[in-house]
Design a binder for this molecule. Structure first.
Ligand SMILES: [Zn+2]
Length: 51
């Protein structure tokens, strides 16, 4: 108990955010669907809790 279910990780773990236009893209994409930038990073960092 105390830990979040894996469901949360599946929801946010499969999303990447474009560093240029901040559009959300599905993980696995090589480039942003909006601006075509290849600079994408996972979004899961936001909801991470320390300790
Ligand atoms: Zn973009």
């Amino acid at each position: 108990m105390g830990k979040f279910p894996i469901a949360d990780e599946q929801l946010l773990g499969r999303v990447v955010v474009c560093r240029k236009c901040k559009a959300r893209n599905k993980a696995g994409r090589k480039s942003c669907r909006k601006c075509g930038s290849i600079y994408l990073r996972p979004k899961s960092k936001e909801l991470r809790v320390k300790k």
